[in-house]
Design a protein. Structure first.
Length: 346
């Protein structure tokens, strides 16, 4: 990696070392200090750049990947973009099985990055042959010279954040961090970051954010997989209808569930109060902080870090679309459409 007066050999040199930014307004009524680890400063605008680069370079090191091979992955969009970006630089083909819940913006970006995309129905069981898990497995079996990343069950997903995100946060907070709040999908981000932080200070509280309609929170509390917990929800990249082995449930202290609607409005609120244009899951993570704050869970000495995993540009057809928000029934007398802020001069 060469940093000659901020001149880099390629975009992959920019992965990691994202900033920690104080939240000055959105959590101002709560005790403690609040900071966001803003992962949209990665070149692919999400935390998934870290795992894409780490997993692919480990596969190269072990001789699993060779020039001209094809990389296959299941993704809600962000991991796919990161893998496509790394594949371009390193010279691999990229095939992605994507959930139909992913925004049109994400799917268009994947195609633009040269990936071959298979869009799979979101609301089917994980073992359904149409699910993006099964489609990716089938494609891997059919394509010679292919490597399946399989982020949900890949220990390297955790290792990437253990080696980068965790140390960065510890250094940036000068060891003052008392709480880590992060969304849990594959679980790699929260598990790897938490593992490193807990090694430095076992008293740090690790709070996972889950969606209603996902099985993670109940599994964490009971170690039982309850299919009755599963129903369709809108947030992308958060929660699961299976139990990923890339999630270390033992290292997470508790899970907080957030609604689709609250998370969407909170994402919009972050933009209006903090000037940060963040993704749907960033809204979900911040909504968890709001719920905890309203329950008086923080003290004046607390130093809370929330991970903002991606950028708002990936949700223009969803969270930041008044039309989509209205179709979901998310607008009411309290939360009104932003169209009223636009005036057309004739």
């Amino acid at each position: 990696m060469k940093h000659r007066n901020q001149v880099f050999d390629n975009v992959l040199d920019l992965v990691g070392n994202t900033p920690l930014i104080r939240l000055n307004k959105i959590a101002s009524e709560f005790k403690g200090e609040f900071y966001a680890k803003v992962e949209s400063f990665n070149p692919g605008q999400s935390s998934k750049d870290r795992i894409a680069l780490h997993i692919i370079e480990e596969a190269e090191r072990k001789g699993i990947l060779s020039p001209g091979d094809t990389i296959i992955e299941t993704t809600s969009g962000n991991t796919g973009f990161s893998i496509a970006m790394v594949s371009i630089i390193k010279g691999y083909d990229c095939v992605l099985a994507v959930s139909s819940k992913s925004s049109a913006d994400k799917i268009d970006m994947l195609k633009t990055m040269g990936a071959k995309v298979y869009v799979c129905p979101a609301h089917v069981s994980a073992d359904d042959p149409r699910s993006y898990y099964q489609v990716a497995k089938r494609l891997h079996e059919e394509m010679k010279g292919s490597v399946y990343i399989n982020q949900y069950f890949n220990q390297l997903n955790i290792d990437a954040h253990y080696k980068s995100t965790g140390p960065e946060i510890w250094k940036q907070t000068q060891g003052k961090i008392t709480h880590l709040v992060a969304c849990s999908g594959t679980g790699g981000t929260i598990s790897g970051t938490a593992k490193y932080l807990k090694e430095q200070n076992p008293d740090i509280k690790i709070i996972g954010v889950d969606a209603f309609g996902s099985v993670l929170k109940k599994y964490h509390e009971t170690r039982e997989f309850d299919e009755k917990e599963i129903y369709p929800y809108r947030i992308e990249g958060l929660g699961k209808n299976l139990i990923p082995t890339a999630t270390d449930f033992d290292i997470i202290d508790e899970f907080i569930k957030v609604t689709d609607e609250d998370s969407a409005h909170t994402a919009r609120l972050i933009a209006k109060t903090e000037g940060m244009f963040v993704g749907y899951t960033s809204g979900a993570a911040t909504q968890a902080i709001i719920q905890l704050g309203e329950d008086n869970r923080f003290k004046s000495t607390d130093y809370v870090v929330v991970i903002f995993p991606d950028h708002g540009s990936r949700y223009m057809s969803k969270v930041y679309s008044d039309k989509w928000m209205n179709e979901q029934g998310f607008f009411d007398s309290v939360h009104e459409a932003s169209a009223q802020n636009i005036q057309y001069i004739k």
